[in-house]
Each structure stands twice: as C-alpha cells, then as structure tokens.
Ligand binder design. Structure first.
Ligand code: GDP
Ligand code: MG
Length: 207
C-alpha cells in the first residue's frame, strides 16, 4: 500500500429514475455503456482515482438503488457527501422539473454546514437521442435554473456517446476538493449502516 496520502471525496448522484445516472457512472469509471435498462440493485458506490494538480484524489461515487422512484434514500447515502451531482434527461421535462425537489431534498438530508456554497453540479444527459430533435429542455432554461441556485456548473452529456462525461466528473472533483471537506482515505470509516451490505456483496471496501 502506498504511503502517499490520498484524498477521499464522496460524490452522490441524484435525479429521477431513468435519466442515466448509473450509465454515466459506468461510462466514467468502466468506459462501458449498455442500452439494457437494469435498475441498480442495492445502494453501492464505485471508486476512481484521479490526479488534480499535485493531489491524488479518490472519487467515491454513490449510486442509488432505484429507491429514487420513491425519493426515499437512506441517511447513509447522503451522509458526508462532498459534492452532489444532479442529473436530468434533456428529452424529459418532468426530470428537469423535479430537480428543485432533489436539490432541496439533498440540503435537507445531508445538511451541509454551508448550504449556499455546497458544490452541486448539473448534468443534462442523453443529448445524443434523435440528434437533439427530441429535446424539450433548452440549454438556456437549464442555465437559468443553475443561476437561480447559486451558479451551479452545467454540462450537457451523453453516457452513450461518452460526451463530456470525463469533463463533468473532473469538475465535480475540483469543486469538491475546493471546499476542503476532504478526509484522509485511510482513516475514513464506512458508515455503519452500509457495512453489512457491502460484506454480503463480497467486497467493495474503499481501501
Ligand atoms: P438511472 O435510472 O438514472 O440510473 O438510469 P440508467 O443509467 O439505468 O439509464 C436508463 C436508460 O437510459 C438505459 O436504457 C440506458 O441505456 C439509457 N441511457 C442512459 N444514458 C443515456 C444516454 O446518454 N443516451 C442514450 N441514448 N441512452 C442513455
Ligand atoms: Mg440507476
């Protein structure tokens, strides 16, 4: 094990079911995309190591387990988040309209020390569909929403075509790092509530 200290950043991904949250994570971490719809089973996270300037950073990206349909994600999911990625589908108006709920739900559940400066990022996903002809939310409308929430950075992505996925997550990491709520990876305890679940799944330890 390297003696070099790494910084662990917890990132959570929120948004309506079907917008492409799991696909974006898979594309970013595994460079894979599958057309098949598969509801995520069990709250889980994936990790990816990246370098930002001279710092080694481990992004621990948490996916939902499909409970987003009921807006009932456990407190362990939100606890200690360093950045919140909100995702909507540019072709589905409802997924854009519910962003405000996801945003306030995050602030309510995670209750970060300074809600006004907490790093969010918005991804408008599936821009590849129908060559953009079926999109119903304009870039302008999305940017206005971001401005109204304190200038949240905005990216338009395609998990399928791998458009701007890396750039978006790099921005996530930079912004999360900037607020310096980072913890040393070797001393980061796993939230108690998720430990048994991870053991049952045969691995998943972050270190
Ligand atoms: P989640 O419920 O938010 O995790 O959404 P998923 O990642 O499971 O994706 C839902 C469906 O949308 C799946 O069939 C994916 O293959 C598809 N999908 C996700 N991202 C994209 C994208 O960028 N473009 C296209 N065309 N389809 C996508
Ligand atoms: Mg999913």
């Amino acid at each position: 094990m390297s003696a070099r200290r790494r910084t662990l950043l917890k990132v959570i991904v929120l948004g309506d079911s079907g917008v492409g949250k799991t696909s974006l994570m898979n594309q970013y971490v595994h460079q894979r995309f599958t057309q098949q719809y598969k509801a995520t089973i069990g709250a889980d996270f994936v990790t990816k190591d990246i370098q930002i300037d001279d710092k080694l950073v481990t992004l621990q990206i948490w996916d939902t387990a499909g409970q987003e349909r009921f807006q009932s994600l456990g407190v362990a999911f939100y606890r200690g988040a360093d950045c919140c990625v909100l995702v909507y589908d540019v072709n589905v108006l409802k997924s854009f309209d519910t962003l405000t709920n996801w945003h306030s739900e995050f602030l309510r559940q995670a209750s970060p020390p300074d809600p006004k400066t907490f790093p969010f990022i918005l991804l408008g996903n599936k821009i590849d569909i129908d060559g953009g002809n079926s999109r119903v939310v304009s870039d302008k409308k999305a940017k206005e929403w971001c401005a109204s929430k304190g200038n949240i950075p905005y990216f338009e992505t395609s998990a399928k075509e791998n458009i701007d996925v890396d750039a978006a997550f790099f921005c996530v990491a930079k912004n999360a790092l900037a607020i310096e709520r980072a913890h040393d990876i070797y001393f980061q305890p796993l939230p108690e509530a998720v430990v048994p679940e991870i053991e049952e799944r045969g691995g998943g330890c972050a270190c």
